[in-house]
Design a protein around this ligand. Structure first.
Ligand code: PLP
Length: 397
């Protein structure tokens, strides 16, 4: 109780009503309170803990790297093994031309880097994002929150970046707004905070073609969809579209704070001249974070975790779509939005979930659906047990 009181007194808050669940430890698919209450983690830190909580490989990598060396010099000057090995493996997994990674600290910073890169590489200023897009909370990333839906979140922080416009996700007509003036087009492959909205593959291909035609950089935000979440290592490979730039974060750090921007060497070299130090970041690519991310990625590969993601997601979908309270399920791999149709149902369900030991969440632009995005290591038996609790909770609505 004392800790909870001090949390309210001394820790900065982002909402008037925080969840206030005290965490004592976390393991696999679960976390536990000091009273011993167990929660099914269906948020995974918003698609961060893909390899499960307290993953032994990640813990070992963190401990070993922390003992070898932590921070030595501002990013980009020293040759640090965890960065080099991680960048090499990411480049191996991404399509050929994306052969270089610029490491940063977070998703928002990865987006900042991508936007600066687009301006610097093309010499243009216009930036385009999608309506109902979420790319982070810094001034630049926030400027790219789709308008008008993002207005609720960004209006009070204006003025933001100039020369930014939003087009409709999946609209072929709106692709004409991308022109020779456009430096970069930023797009989530699957819109997460819009409530899991899937792309029309033909539209994604047309988006790629339009950017190529006018010489704008196509930037995919794979911060939420990357590292196996959708059943492929990257959602862009699932749709077989190669962007010019990919933003990574969240699960990219294996539970540690890390972001990255992948592109080809020629594009990333824009930061090395006129001016040099085009983006600098003290802690970007922290060796302990890179060691954690690398260990997590190797864990996903060595244990064939990503191959089973689609099947696991389908078990959730098949069982829960039968419940009369669920109007629709939008899903890609283990990223699911379960539509209840009304915000009042959602808020009531969140309370019931809390009692029943389920951690879920709503979406920034969609407060009528709840989220299921557990660690990708969740077992089939855990999914069945979890579905039983969700069904019981929905019965109580
Ligand atoms: N992009 C997407 C698609 C996200 O979902 C998020 C975070 O939820 C971000 C960017 C921002 O990442 P961060 O919170 O690490 O700044």
């Amino acid at each position: 109780m004392i800790l909870r009181k001090q949390f309210l007194e001394h820790v900065g808050q982002t909402s008037p009503s925080p969840m206030m669940i005290e965490v004592e430890r976390a393991e696999g698919t679960f976390f536990y309170t000091p009273e011993g209450k167990r929660y099914f983690d269906l948020v995974a830190g918003v698609s961060v803990s893909n390899v499960g909580h307290a993953n032994p490989d990640v813990i070992r990598a963190v401990q070993e790297q922390a003992a070898d060396y932590m921070h030595v010099m501002v990013y980009g000057e020293m040759v640090e093994r965890p960065q080099v090995e991680y960048a090499r493996l990411i480049a191996e997994l991404l399509p050929g031309q994306l052969d270089c990674v610029y490491f940063v600290n977070s998703g928002a910073e990865a987006v900042e880097v991508a936007l600066k890169l687009a301006k610097r590489y093309t010499g243009r200023t216009e930036l385009i994002s999608m309506r109902r897009a979420y790319h982070g909370s810094t001034h630049g990333a926030m400027s790219m929150m789709g308008t008008p839906e993002g207005e609720e979140w960004k209006a009070e922080f204006r003025p933001l970046l100039p020369d930014v416009k939003s087009i409709r996700f999946n609209s072929f007509d709106d692709l004409n707004d991308i022109t020779e003036r456009t430096a970069g087009v930023l797009c989530e492959v699957i819109q997460g905070e819009a409530g899991v909205r899937l792309p029309d593959p033909a539209w994604l291909r047309a988006l790629r073609a339009r950017c190529t035609e006018v010489g704008a950089l196509l930037i995919f935000d794979e911060i939420q969809t990357g590292m196996g979440r959708t059943g492929a290592m990257f959602a862009s490979t699932k749709y077989d579209i190669t962007p010019d730039v990919v933003c990574l974060a969240k699960a990219f750090g294996g539970g540690m704070p890390l972001g990255g921007v992948a592109a080809n060497r020629q594009i990333l070299n824009s930061f090395t001249h006129n001016p040099c130090l085009g983006h600098i970041t003290t802690f970007g690519g922290h060796p302990v974070c890179c060691a954690a991310g690398l260990a997590a990625l190797k864990y996903l590969i060595d244990n064939n975790i990503v191959e089973n993601v689609e099947h696991k997601g389908a078990i959730f979908e098949e069982r829960l779509s039968k419940h009369p309270r669920i109007l629709e399920i939008r899903r890609s791999g283990l990223l699911l939005a379960l539509e209840l149709g009304k915000a009042e149902y959602l808020y009531r369900l969140m309370e019931i979930f809390k009692e029943e030991g389920i951690m879920s969440d709503w979406f920034l632009y969609c407060d009528t659906a709840f989220r299921i995005s557990p660690p990708l290591t969740i077992t089939e038996a855990e999914i069945e047990e979890c579905c039983t609790i969700i069904e019981r909770s929905l019965d109580r609505l």
